[in-house]
Structures are given as C-alpha cells and as structure tokens.
Write a protein that binds this ligand. Sequence first.
Ligand code: MN
Length: 274
Amino acid sequence: MTHDTAGTPAVSAGPATGPVADFLAALAGGGIEIVDLTNRLDSSTPTLELPAPFANLIDFSLETVSEYNEPGPFWKHANIHTGEHIGTHLDAPIHWITGRDSHDVADIPLPRLAGPAVVLDFTGQAAADPDFLLEVEHIKAWETEHGPLPDGGWVLYRTGWDQYAADRERFLNADESGSHTPGVSAECAKWLAEETDIAGFGVETVGIDAGNAALLDPPFPMHHYLLGVDKYGITSLQNLSRLPARGAMVVVAPLPIVGGTGSPARVLAFVPKQ
Ligand code: MN
C-alpha cells in the first residue's frame, strides 16, 4: 500500500481516480465497513421443512475425499452435498410456478444483484407476535419517515429472527398448528411486486414467506407475486441490526447454477461509517 501526497490510500495496480478508486479509498480508510449478512453453512444450518406429502431438500454436508492422505497426500478437498434452498439463499423466478418462464439463478442480470438496501425494522412486532405480517400501511409509514423504497434496490425485512439461526427448533418455531415465523401479507406481497421497482426482498427467516403462509390466499404470496414479476428473494439473513435504515449497498452472490431455481448465496453489505 502506498499513499499519495494528500494522504489518500492508493492501490498501486488500480486507477488513481474515479468512482472505483473513491470506493476503494473509503474501504481502505475505514469510511466504509463490510458487514456479512450470511448464515454460516454446515449440516446443522436450519432449512425449510415441508409437511407431508411434500418432499424436502437435503441438508448441507461436506464429504471429505482426501485429507493429506493416500487419496491425496498433499491436499484436502471435499464434495459438497446441498439442496439449492439451504441457509442464506436466493430464490430465482423459476423457483415458483408463476415465474416458470423467467430467469434461472444463473441468468439473473448482475445489476439486480448489487444495489442500494433499506432496512425495515419490525423486531418489536415480531417479538410480540411471531405470526406478524407486514402490511402496505407499515411500509408507507416507513416511507414517510425514511423516504421511498429504492428503485432497483433491496428491501431487507428485520424481525430479530436471526438471533435463533443457530437453533433449528426455535428458528422454525413449529407446533401442531404450523410454523410461526413473521412474514408479509398477501396484499402487501402483491403491492411489493406490482407497485414498486425493487429488485428483491430479504428476510431473516427460513423462507421469504411467513411460516404459516400456506394458509394465505394465494398460498405463499411472496413467492407467488415477487417471483412472478422477476423480483427475487433472499432468506436467513444475519446482522441487519448493523445496517442503517437506508444508505447501505448490498451485493447478493448466488452460484450461477445453470437451470438452478436458487442457490446458497454470500450476501455482503457495504455500510458507511458515521
Ligand atoms: Mn428458497
């Protein structure tokens, strides 16, 4: 690392000026913090559990092939076994029947996966009622205080549910009447899909719909409406408490699985430090 005469950090191989140089200078100088919004992946990572007769995906696991031993004396490597919709993951349009003719996870245009993020904090409501559903009026009240939802950006719905992400039972919060985790009403899902220009919607829970969204009309309305209009979902986010209501940028990075309906994704937020 070298420094120019103004004291601004400069990367020797990079451009001296321009928007990327400014961004890199802010990163190097501590003006921008990177926050990881991703749940760590292992065999205990909580995943959606559909009731019978529906079929579930496999959990994530590692299968060691070599470990500095006879099959590979100098190296260690493993096969990964995983469903597409495991841990922090992206839902692509073809995941849902309403989006079946749209993008797979490999074909999503990159500008839709990097952009501004806003955080809507409904932690208090979700703590009081685990079946809390976000309504259009909640978002409009948020917009009155914080400004409009960002065109081409991501709405991140904070419910405090990330505190349970290491405890599968608590995270899914299921009993004989279903799974009780917060979500979005059918009317609000339709509004987000049809009346806004957001690229996607992120949640802290195991899926983008409420735990009991099979009972809504239509069933699983976030999947139904959002994926049907080429908007995307991201689940099992962490650390939204470290983001401002607006002003952060997110990069959502799913694997480009050809024909994939989704993928585990690394989600990074770039947050201006005050
Ligand atoms: Mn999914």
